[in-house]
Design a protein around this ligand. Structure first.
Ligand code: GLU
Length: 490
């Protein structure tokens, strides 16, 4: 039996980072076993539909390199892969269940159901559909049922859950799960408007699409006993189930917007690399053997197994993601500098900076180890593209009466430095430091303040060499002019 798995998102908003992890695990599992990975859009709940979300889901998957083998755009023999285009199939299957007497018609109005819940609440029992007291096929009898249907009375189709016994299944991650039937509600399968509920559409499609393993988030675990009963109601063999651990905020609450970004598109916009995001989320809940942290997609495919997926929730550690992204940034600087230049260029252009490509490349090389994400170079290293802003507080901490003279001397020295390279600058300034008995570090800090306005940055000699002699002299001069306004004691 060849593996077929699916990612079955509902288009209710932008793809969530947890959704991307579910998709990734399915993809890794399929590739590891030489199987197929299906993308199915579960859009039967039209009230929760958000325009643009299908496109966002597909674009995010493509960005991450998680390409489905079958999907609304890739096609495939098991389509259509959009549930709203399959309503006839679900109606037909609801009829099959009626024929098998494992489902039944119910005619209760929303008000009647509400009163039922109130009665149950008053009596202190958990709300559930009370088959024996409500208006359905069993309480009304076959003739009245036929009459109501013929009269066009709104009807739902509900699953006839056994009154006794239990549902038992093995989850690949959570082990054997047993739920007493009395705790399972007679689920609505087909609504009175003829649209299926999630449960019916999901099970019918998993069966018809030949899905062998259902790998999904833990939040779907409570639905699984209902699904098992549905498979039994159809007389079908259920697939294997694997419910992935929750993603958690650092305080161990469920991952939420309040703690940071949750949409994949936010991470894309911030300039995280797909290989970093994929590597990072792969390790959220799954531990390959060994303590390595960096894996290519190919390596993840080779190593992936459901047996090493944890039960416990996985904390989303942004600092770790940043660290990983920085590792991939280093790799890219070595392997694909032109690609990075192409990515940074429009970000700089947005700020009105249009340096040539060679210069952008040299700035990336100079600053990439100081940032986690490429776009940060435009913020952290703004002074490489525009004049610095001076910080008065920093200025006061560096300033003393000797500074104007030192600056003048440094200016002449820099002016005389030829060739204008980091090594030559280093040699000149080192000599100046010894001759004037000023610590080299102190000179560096003063120049950093004058030329970049910052307390930290890349090596000052490299920075000056890249900015060029004319620009360095211009900035020292600007700084000198600026400082006369703030120099203490003036
Ligand atoms: N449509 C469900 C979702 O939005 C699918 C759950 C499942 O994978 O069965 O996540």
């Amino acid at each position: 039996m060849s593996v077929r798995v699916r990612f079955a998102p509902s288009p209710t908003g932008y793809l969530h980072i947890g959704g991307l992890r579910t998709a990734l695990y399915n993809f890794l599992f399929a590739r590891h076993h030489g199987g197929r990975f299906v993308l199915r859009i579960e859009d039967t709940d039209r009230t929760r539909y958000v325009a643009g979300s299908v496109e966002d889901i597909m674009e995010s998957l493509r960005w991450a390199g998680i390409e489905p083998d079958e999907s609304p755009i890739h096609g495939g023999e098991f389509g259509p892969y959009v549930q709203s285009e399959r309503t006839e199939i679900y109606r037909h299957h609801a009829q099959l269940l009626l024929e098998r007497e494992t489902a039944y018609y119910a005619f209760d109005t929303p008000e009647e159901l509400e009163r039922m819940r109130e009665r149950q609440q008053a009596a202190g029992i958990a709300p559930h559909y009370d088959r024996s007291s409500m208006r359905n096929q069993f309480t009304l009898g076959p003739d009245e049922t036929r009459r109501l249907l013929a009269a066009g009375e709104p009807a739902t189709i509900r699953l006839k859950v056994p009154l006794h016994g239990e549902v038992k299944f093995d989850d690949r991650i959570r082990g054997t799960i047993v739920v007493p039937c009395k705790d399972i509600d007679d689920q609505v399968l087909l609504k009175s408007d003829g649209f299926p509920t999630y449960h019916l559409a999901n099970v019918v499609d998993d069966h018809l699409m030949g899905i062998t393993h259902v790998i999904r988030g833990e939040e779907w675990l409570p639905s699984t006993p209902k699904h098992i009963l549905l498979y039994q109601a159809f007389g079908w063999e259920p697939p294997e189930f694997a419910h992935l651990p929750l993603l958690l905020n650092p305080d161990r609450s469920k991952l939420s917007k309040r703690h940071g970004d949750v949409a994949v598109r936010d991470y894309i916009a911030k300039g995280y690399f797909p290989e970093a995001i994929v590597n990072f989320i792969a390790l959220l809940g799954w531990n390959p053997s060994g303590d390595r942290e960096l894996y290519t997609l190919e390596e993840l495919i080779a190593a992936f197994s459901l047996d090493r997926v944890n039960k416990a929730g996985a904390v989303f550690d942004l600092a770790k993601l940043d660290w990983m992204n920085a590792q991939y940034l280093k790799q890219r600087v070595e392997r694909d500098l032109p690609g990075l230049i192409a990515q940074l260029r429009p970000i700089l252009a947005q700020r009105g900076w249009n340096p040539d490509e060679e210069y952008i490349g040299r700035v990336i090389v100079l600053l990439h180890e100081r940032v986690h994400r490429l776009p940060e170079i435009a913020e952290f290293g703004a002074y490489m593209f525009t004049l610095p802003d001076y910080d008065e507080e920093f200025f006061r901490s560096v300033w003393d009466d000797s500074v104007p003279v030192t600056l003048e001397q440094l200016k002449s020295l820099i002016e005389a430095t030829e060739p204008f390279t980091a090594a030559a600058l280093h040699e000149q300034l080192n000599r100046y430091s010894r001759e004037h008995n000023i610590p080299f570090r102190q000179i560096g800090t003063l120049l950093r303040l004058a030329i970049t306005g910052k307390r930290v940055g890349a090596g000052m000699m490299d920075t000056m060499a890249l900015l060029g002699k004319a620009e360095v002299l211009r900035r020292i001069e600007l700084f000198r002019a600026w400082s006369t306004r703030y120099a203490p004691g003036d």
